[in-house]
Design a binder for this molecule. Sequence first.
Ligand code: ADP
Ligand code: MG
Length: 232
Amino acid sequence: MLRVEGLEVSYGHIKALKGVSFEIREGELFVLLGRNGAGKSTLLLSLIGLITPEAGKIFLKKEEISSLPPWQRVKKGMVLVPEGRRIFASLSVKENLELGAFVSKKGKSTKMEEVLEVFPVLKERFSFPAGALSGGEQQMLALARALMSDPEIMLLDEPSMGLAPKVVGEIYRILEKLKGRLTIFLVEQNINRALSLADHIFLLEGGVLSASWDRKEVDFKFLEAAYLGEEK
Ligand SMILES: Nc1ncnc2c1ncn2[C@@H]1O[C@H](COP(=O)(O)OP(=O)(O)O)[C@@H](O)[C@H]1O
Ligand SMILES: [Mg+2]
């Protein structure tokens, strides 16, 4: 579904990604773990085309998309739920959702009904300004907006960040529902939550993929060592 070869990204003198390569198969849920500053967000922003890498190639369904602008990548079936949600606070829930559908192949209203079924709370808040929603509801809106584009692969950047455990549980129940319906690439710092859903786990350290495991063979000692000193 998604293949990446030798991705390198720099911000001035800071090398944020130092040659990252991996492949995600259709229908799988991948989790990318790594401490703050490891380069996780940089990787997702490069995949969706908001950052231009210095080197490397990105293939979506075997087609090279490395030089396409973000909207064309969305049109080809990839979508990003960015770090910090990035919803439009002054627009209503309905308007935020409609914006997500700008490239949808299905009719806007059919897709809207489908999405609202997964997120009944958004139905209740349909005409509220998005800025009036709670943090958890805003994260659901960000997820729902991404689904409006009818994606085949969804990239999520730390969806549980800053949310209370109960709300994180709700977000994960939704991810569990979505798993299998589409390919998911989840960036997460909450190891236990992530491991409960993951088919594969990657560890990113200092811009390098330092380890990867199938769900059943995770090396917890290695993971703990990699996270040593990280406040949880
Ligand atoms: N816009 C930017 N300008 C300069 N440096 C940046 C910028 N964004 C990220 N970085 C640096 O790149 C590295 C990776 O950051 P990031 O991808 O945000 O990591 P993560 O998401 O894993 O916390 C860090 O050293 C960070 O300070
Ligand atoms: Mg980040």
